[in-house]
Design a protein around this ligand. Structure first.
Ligand SMILES: O=C(O)CCC(=O)C(=O)O
Length: 290
């Protein structure tokens, strides 16, 4: 594949494509192509207009600091599911943040529009599936559909990982999901709201979960450990970069493919709204969450 300003590197060894938003009605098979491994990822360009993106950023900049939860490289809203470590106060605190987000969907048109458009986007690119947000079985409520993620300059981006590893680390949260989701090989999605002046690209490694399932620690950003116990230094692994533009939506096979977000350079934070996707065990439904 040839380089573009959104997908670039020496060798684009996975099947990542760009699709114009105008083709969405003809591309209802995109998600099923990822499921069948004929496609590894796609950027749908300009799903959100720059005006919509700027309205969302405006909403975020007016949010009180206390709404966000700090992360090692920035902040996030609503709370990430990793905070749910018990079914009492941690689950309550997760749902308090989610209730704030839900209120904004009705009180702030921009947030409502972000979510309605995202839902209709998934329904169009996954036209063979019934699309919904999973339920937490204790609360009998939907979990978060996605989270706003801000990455600040010089704080390291997001360390090398893959979705299957996150799954393994968040077994408790997933055990509380009511729906019958097939948890293998989840997909990742994110809407880009702001790209930094430099950095912040998603590095896609030629390295898959089938042979590499471990890290020395969640923070380690230098090497991973393969199934034979060898340290694999990521600087030695072939990679290419994916850098969608504001308003684009990226969906890719983030469960099995190891990847990371590069450190942010310059003064402007990177902002995305994103989460994960996977199918029901029977294969007729698609869920999205964060
Ligand atoms: O929101 C982002 O840019 C992070 C995406 C990511 O690395 C993932 O979904 O696994």
């Amino acid at each position: 594949m040839t380089n573009t300003d959104r997908i670039f590197g020496e060798d684009i060894f996975f099947n990542f494509i760009e699709v114009p938003f105008s083709e969405i009605d003809q591309r209802g098979d995109l998600v099923s192509q990822i499921r069948s491994r004929t496609l590894d990822g796609f950027i749908m360009k300009n799903v959100y207009s720059l005006d919509e993106v700027s309205d969302i950023k405006n909403f975020l900049s007016n949010l009180d600091e206390s709404e966000f939860m700090p992360t090692p490289s920035g902040k996030i809203f609503p709370a990430p599911f990793a905070i749910i470590t018990n079914t009492e106060e941690k689950l309550d605190s997760y749902y308090r943040k989610l209730a704030r987000f839900d209120n904004y969907k009705t009180s702030h048109d921009v947030v409502g529009k972000l979510m309605t458009k995202l839902d209709s986007f998934f329904k169009k690119v996954a036209k063979n599936y019934q699309v919904s947000i999973p339920f937490n079985k204790i609360k009998d409520k939907e979990v978060a559909p996605g989270t706003f993620r801000m990455f600040f300059p010089g704080m390291g981006g997001l360390h090398v990982h893959c979705g299957n590893l996150f799954q393994a680390q968040s077994m408790f949260y997933y055990s509380l999901i009511k729906n019958n989701i097939d948890m293998n090989d989840q997909l990742s999605y994110f809407v880009v709201l702001q790209q930094p002046e430099a950095g912040g690209e998603l590095t896609i490694y030629n390295m898959l979960w089938d042979k590499v399932k471990r890290k020395e620690s969640p923070e380690n950003n230098e090497f991973v450990i393969d199934d034979s116990g060898n340290f694999i230094y990521v600087k030695d692994v072939p990679s290419f970069a994916v850098k969608p533009k504001p308003g684009d939506v990226l969906v890719f096979s983030g469960g099995p493919i190891w990847h990371r977000v590069e450190d942010i350079k310059g003064a402007i934070p990177r902002i995305t709204f994103g989460g994960f996707l996977n199918f029901s065990k029977g294969g007729s439904e698609l869920y999205y969450w964060s």
